[in-house]
Design a protein around this ligand. Sequence first.
Ligand SMILES: C[S@@+](CC[C@H](N)C(=O)[O-])C[C@H]1O[C@@H](n2cnc3c(N)ncnc32)[C@H](O)[C@@H]1O
Length: 373
Amino acid sequence: MNGSKAPFAVRWRDRRNRILLDQRFHKLAMKFGIGRFFARRSAQKLFDLTAGFIYSQVLAAGIRAGLFEHLAKGPTSPAETARAIGLPDDGTRRLLAASASLDLADKLSDGRFMLGPQGAALLANPGIAAMVRHHDAIYADLADPLKALETRGGGELAKLWDYKGPDQDRPTGETERYTALMTASQDLVAAETLRVFNISGYTRILDIGGGSGRFLTHVATRNANAELHLLDRKTVADLAREALRSHPASHRFTVHGGNFLDAPLPDGCDLITLVRILHDHDDDIVLALLDRISHALRPSRGTLLISEPMADERARSRIGDAYFNIYLHAMGTGRPRTPSELTRFLERTGFSRIRHLSTGMPIATSALVAETR
Ligand SMILES: C[S@@+](CC[C@H](N)C(=O)[O-])C[C@H]1O[C@@H](n2cnc3c(N)ncnc32)[C@H](O)[C@@H]1O
């Protein structure tokens, strides 16, 4: 590389890489406490990348075996655990030790085990276990990672999400499975979105791609008067009607079944929400949908709220740039977008006063708000 002509950002990375590639540097670093500290930290990070799949499968095994529910009952020996989860003694001991090393379990000095801090967090968020269970499909696809990158949407995961298929009259097993998965992980997303966005003043709200209606039930508790509309594919709309029927505010909900690209959008809405929708779709669909929303909102000078995990301007978001980037490729449609990409899309489709609301948990969601001129 021609060092003197390259920008500073390139030169210092080039220098850093040359130092890290030099075995003499590593030998020297190990002689000093601070050097050992950084060397250990860097080695741990690299090892975690190397072993990540095994860690994930320890988690999957614990969830499938019901290990964490058993540990939540209190201190337990490996033999008791083996009986409770139905695995052989040796397999159970290994699963317990691996779980303890990952903070999913804690090992006590008498050799028994209890639930660990990550295990407790897992049980507190049932959506995570649902997410881990459905990862079987993407792990199968990623067993050959190059093939997965060569063939977009050509594997098992794409079969789970049937957005591209025809909208049948009745929900299929797949529709029910992905809608249940979305519902299970919605509470965290809704709590964070509605913490940073004040929804109380709106009178007629439409949630597009609203799934089983879980997000709208959170809206209902924060806004006591608004009419609440949901639009989703016909098959999912049937599931939403069923789920919302027994809700105490059921009289305020109206469910519309249809494709968001051509179904009539209820008029007179002052707020439309898109929760975990845009990242699932390619650019042409996103632009067409935003254009429809901007026309639907314009007469009432309305607001659009977008809430979903986003990519980072410098590709440093593990959830956006690593997880969703690869996941959506395997799914065969969509990509995570940065807030500035979404902002450009919003400007092109007639929105203004676009604001990025920073959530405390970008791992669950980020939010953008825009208004029609
Ligand atoms: C990732 S899920 C998100 C569901 C919900 N908003 C949430 O966050 O839990 C995407 C939703 O968009 C719906 N969807 C996808 N394509 C659609 C289309 N063309 N028309 C209407 N709904 C669509 C799906 O059926 C699904 O319910």
